[in-house]
Design a protein around this ligand. Sequence first.
Ligand code: HDE
Length: 680
Amino acid sequence: MAEFTINPANSQFETTNFGQRVNNSESLKAGLRGPTLMEDFMMREKIMHFDHERIPERVVHARGVGAHGYFESYGDWSNITAAGFLNAPGKKTPTFTRFSTVLGNKGSSDTVRDDRGFATRFYTDEGNFDLVGNVIPPFFIQDAIKFPDLIHAGKMEPDTDTPQAGTAHETAYDFFAEFPETLHTVMWVLSPRGIPRSLRQVEGFGIHTFRLVTADGNSVFCKFHWKPAQGVSNLLWDEAQKIAGKNSDFHRDDLYTAINRGDFPSWELGVQIIPAEDEFKYDFDLLDPTKLVPEDLVPVTKLGRMVLNRNVDNFFSETEQVTMHPGHLVNGIGITDDPLLQGRLFSYLDTQINRMNSANFMQLPINRPLNQVTNNQRDGFMQSNTFKGNVAYYPNALNGNKPELASHADGGYIEYPEEVNGQKQRGRPPSFWDFYSQARLYWNSLTPAEQQQTVDGFRFEVGKSKSVDVRRRFVDRLNQIDNSLARRVAIGVGVPLPEMVVENDGKTDSHLSIQNYPKPDNIRTRRVAILTAPGTNQQEAKSMYDYLTAEGAYPSYIGVHQGDQEGLNIDNTYVLDSSVLYDAIYIPGGAGGIDFLSESTSLFPMDEPKAFVMDAYRHGKPIAASSEGEQFFQAAVEGMTGVNGTDGIILGSENNIQESFKQALITQRFWSRLPIDQNI
Ligand code: HDE
């Protein structure tokens, strides 16, 4: 993007768009107190441009954050694909990744409950390959023609334009209850997967079954996966809701900060490879996007690794103007007859022409491929190329038939010669008609604590429906998945407890739980609040701060006021910050601090330091306390009900708690502290 990059700091004079240097702080008037003159070209141009600054936001996935990076292939994968970016060990390809929520408008909060987009563009030598995926492996619907219905039901209700950014309302659950193929994905969104702790700690999925095709034309089916080196983690709903108010840019800030500090997040790109002869081997259809391929059945082969190492310079030019498209394919990667994918191939270009207001948006720096684009497409709004000569057609003798048509040998795209035969008809194959088995597989694969989070999620979301009929119909659908799940939700949303109609087959997959997901061996980027006040034991506070910093964590002192507080330089205060914005807390000793914190002060909301500790405790976060800090911890949590035990609570003297605190930070959350209401 270099030749289009402008650094205003290096530009001496302001000019108009046609290059005239100007002084445009005041408009041109007839007399200093007189009317503004129409002839003021500086004012007209400046205001006109401002009036046109906005473009339509994406109709879905409007809110996002992007970052540049690179992909590095682990090997030569030409045995399964002709894709050049995968054909040599160590081969590097630049990438751009955009994460997004789905339903909320551009200005909504990051931590809403939702699926999320995970879209990556590979700027390969052979053109752009866009892997436009999500963070949840199945999708809600089987056929693209239902997408407008799904989104109309899930987005704000049209009469009031509420609620913002989430499915916790009547029309969503009315639709889900009426259209049960949605249930598997609804289960995922309502589980902890729907509220990630960080966009660095999500998996990514291509969802559809794609094809990999070799240079010889051999093909296998594949599912794409992104596996985060940072592990997978989520928020609790109480945290997510509070964060939405405290910092609606929580996920964006988290990504920008980690990259700015050199803690580059990375993901391994993997594929589940399914040989052509196994197409009909499973009890689900590979073309049905509401199903995943359990990793216990088909393991993921890791092809390479992506590192995000550069933040955008300009949100609009890059993140907002990037136009990802599942139809941007490179040689060696092909599509299947998945009816959702087929419809997507139409939708993206169509919506982008609307949003970008010109057919030439692929010429923008963030969109154009690294290799040269040569074809006979011409003109259109904002054409920025100057094409020489009089030939814009093929075949042509005048230009010696240039640009030529590329054969496979020349690197031309290899279409897999799939046989197609059938009667024209609407409908879906019988192999698409099972809506409950994988929803059950997912439910069964969650740990008891994750199941509780999911039940709580349903109680909240379904409970937001004013219509008792919608709540009852939805609970009846859940009952097709699992009776205990349905009963636990039913009691919360005030509908009759359903009798069992299907036996749970007990099937599980060992790769679906977050709690059991492999953890990184370090605490890099973990945010830790060190609670201080006048009288805090400086030595203890500083020692923990230095230890955590050396381990790569991000500690912050929380103080009573900003600036110098008895030698500690305080950035964050009990007014600015809350426990929900941190992964863990530490309470150093110091008698003065304890006394001070136990009194109310107008410098922070009443009992805020105690609320810090109480929230961290009931959210299952690691808490360390030393010396008198331990007494403050006990005083804060005394009398709390429902929270269980001391897992992840590290009390003791200054030095012997540091290593245990580190181990607790690796665990990240102590689910055992959270209550469970299993037997209803
Ligand atoms: Fe999208 N989707 N989608 N989608 N989608 C868009 O394209 C659409 C689907 C996904 O960061 C839109 O440029 C249809 C599945 C992501 O720029 C639009 C269907 C998956 C992004 C569109 C689907 C996705 C989009 C809106 C059903 C996961 C954001 C703006 C057939 C595999 C990309 C735009 C970015 C964006 C249509 C289903 C992921 C309207 C019709 C399944 C990550 O074209």
